[in-house]
Design a protein around this ligand. Structure first.
Ligand code: N01
Length: 537
């Protein structure tokens, strides 16, 4: 519990936690409905995950013209993206521009960490506690805390003894880090590591990559966006956005309905080759069965492994970089610029932790497989306590004082990812049980924000005070999310989608794999039926 209030707290319509893509749009939307809203943000500026993840090479793996808001025509016409895939500073500038253009900052408290949110059944109000400040009281509590916002630091033996600086990619210093002349070690080869490694190799005197599991990565084919491309995108934005919203992945990847297993090998290779050349996630849209049929997945995985062998000069290093333990895409596929090429440099070494296990961090470096690797600095690209981390680190209590984190001991339970039984008037945006991380997050966020704002409007217009997921609807939704996942290849990887990267975390497949199109249909049906599966009072 935090400080007790010195004066009666002001009653707000909504407290929104987080000022990333989701929180900013939520604020804008609810404010337009005439509601009083306060956004609480732990960072010193807008941006959410993009505020914290400012490591060298940080860049989005969705194209900039799609990874942006669609809800204001003027905004999408006036903003000029400079590269096909936006780098972190450009996304940060974009969100700062949105905050200023729509005058959002006056309702955001920065440097404000939420510690607790408690629901009072008698008054149907939430009391939201802030570190070092008086609590706020509101009718609705909206959790826009993001899926990848709590960094996961592994308990590496001896880490505290290391004499040099240790930086996690998810909490990178705002002032940047100068690695010139240094021997740098990186632990982790997920999306963050794979983006950071080529840039760190440029900066450092020597880079040592400590890899536990090789990952699939496809080239971004990034480059500057020329004026003509931008003009064409802007001229067709409504259609582009409509297609994105109607696509299972929230972005038009040119998905086909054909199955890879029905196509002969030569034709299949040709299709993979074409999509490889386009760059990014296009490869995943090549065939409908890539995430459903192991044979189809083996075909695309084999194609990518051949690409890695082609790029990496040293055959032994190439073999160590080949992902073999999981289907392609069952862990989030990485999108890189020059990742595998980096291993052709003389000043980069790869340590395969499966062959040479990490024994300990020492004062001067890392010992793995009996070999000392001397380092001046260490970078941990070791990921996040994904999807539930940020939701559970706040002491959230619903009816009868029940704690959300306790209720989720066996994994997150939501109805549509949006509501939780026992927690009235609390909305979770882009969280577990919704498509979120398996889609273009911005498209999914827009769908959630719009649904939530409409729901609140419905409650207010019809004189309802509360909305709460029914326990039975929640049970059925959780079962449905699990059944859908079990029909795919996704559960065959030890991924953060399953919580497998956090020791002790319950293994439950958290996102909804059915895609945004089906999911939005379901949300619309629920709303049209007077919010079926929710109790409105
Ligand atoms: O984290 P990760 P991330 N010893 O969990 C290794 C999004 N994202 O920050 O696989 C040694 O994927 C771990 O090894 P293993 C995107 O959705 C997007 O890279 O567990 N190694 C793994 O290699 C992404 O999926 C963008 O064996 C250890 C790595 O650390 C998500 O964020 C950019 C270890 C963690 O990989 C998370 O990506 C960046 C240990 N004890 C991120 N513990 C773009 O938009 C962990 N590892 C492009």
């Amino acid at each position: 519990m935090t400080n007790s209030p010195s004066t009666a707290p002001e009653l707000l319509d909504a407290v929104v936690v987080g000022a990333g893509f989701s929180g900013l749009y939520m604020l804008h939307k609810l404010r337009a409905q005439g509601l009083s809203v306060r956004v609480l943000e732990a960072g010193s500026d807008v941006g959410g995950t993009w505020y914290w993840n400012r490591y060298p090479g940080a860049r989005c793996d969705v194209e900039s013209v799609d990874y942006s808001y669609s809800w204001d025509e003027q905004l999408q016409q006036e903003w000029e993206w400079t590269e096909r895939y936006p780098a972190q500073p450009e996304i940060q500038r974009y969100l700062a521009h949105v905050a200023d253009r729509f005058d959002l900052r006056r309702d955001i408290s920065f440097d404000t960490r939420v510690t607790a949110a408690h629901y009072d059944e008698d008054t149907a109000r939430w009391t939201v506690h802030r570190e070092g400040r008086d609590p706020l009281v509101s009718r609705f509590c909206i959790r826009d805390t993001g899926c990848l916002s709590v960094p996961q630091t592994p308990r590496l033996p001896g880490l505290a003894d290391f004499r040099g600086p240790v930086h996690h990619t998810g909490t990178w210093p705002e002032s940047g880090v100068d690695f010139s002349g240094q021997r740098v070690g990186v632990v982790g080869t997920g999306s963050s590591g794979i983006q950071a490694i080529p840039v760190l190799a440029e900066q450092a005197r020597h880079l040592t990559v400590f890899q536990r599991t090789p990952n699939f990565s496809v080239p971004a084919m990034n480059g500057p966006l020329d004026a003509e491309t931008l003009r064409q995108v802007k001229a067709t934005y409504p259609e582009r956005r409509r297609k994105a919203r109607a696509s299972p992945s929230g972005v038009d990847r040119g998905d086909t309905e054909q199955n890879a297993v029905d196509v002969d090998e030569h034709e299949r290779r040709q299709e993979f080759e074409n999509r490889w050349g386009k760059g990014g996630f296009s490869l995943l849209g090549a065939y409908a069965d890539l995430m459903l049929d192991q044979r189809a997945n083996d075909a695309v995985a084999g194609f990518v492994r051949d690409k890695i062998r082609e790029v990496v000069d040293d055959p032994d290093t190439a073999e160590r970089l080949l992902p073999r333990d999981h289907p392609l895409g069952a862990k989030r596929i990485c999108v890189d610029t020059g990742y595998f090429e980096t291993y052709n440099r003389d000043d980069v070494s790869l340590v395969d932790l499966l062959e040479s296990p990490l024994e300990t961090v020492t004062a001067d470096g890392v010992r793995a497989g009996g070999t000392e690797h001397e380092l001046d600095a260490l970078v941990l690209a070791t990921g996040f306590d994904a999807m539930t981390g940020a939701l559970n680190r706040i002491d959230v209590r619903g009816r009868r004082g029940q704690q959300l984190a306790r209720r989720w001991d066996a994994g997150p339970r939501t109805y549509l990812g949006l509501g939780v039984a026992g927690f009235p008037n609390m909305f979770i945006l882009a969280g577990p049980g919704s498509p979120s991380v398996l889609t273009n997050m911005v498209t999914s966020i827009e769908q959630h924000v719009e649904w939530t704002a409409r729901c609140i409007e419905y409650l207010d217009t019809n004189g309802y005070r509360t909305i709460e997921a029914e326990a039975e609807a929640e049970r059925e939704w959780v079962a449905h999310v699990n059944e859908m996942a079990a029909e795919t290849l996704f559960p065959r990887a030890n991924s953060w989608y399953l919580g497998a990267n956090v020791p002790g975390k319950q293994r439950v497949f958290m996102p909804y794999v059915g895609g945004l199109t089906l999911y939005e249909q379901k949300c619309e049906e629920v709303a049209a039926a007077g919010y079926s599966g929710f109790v409105v009072k």
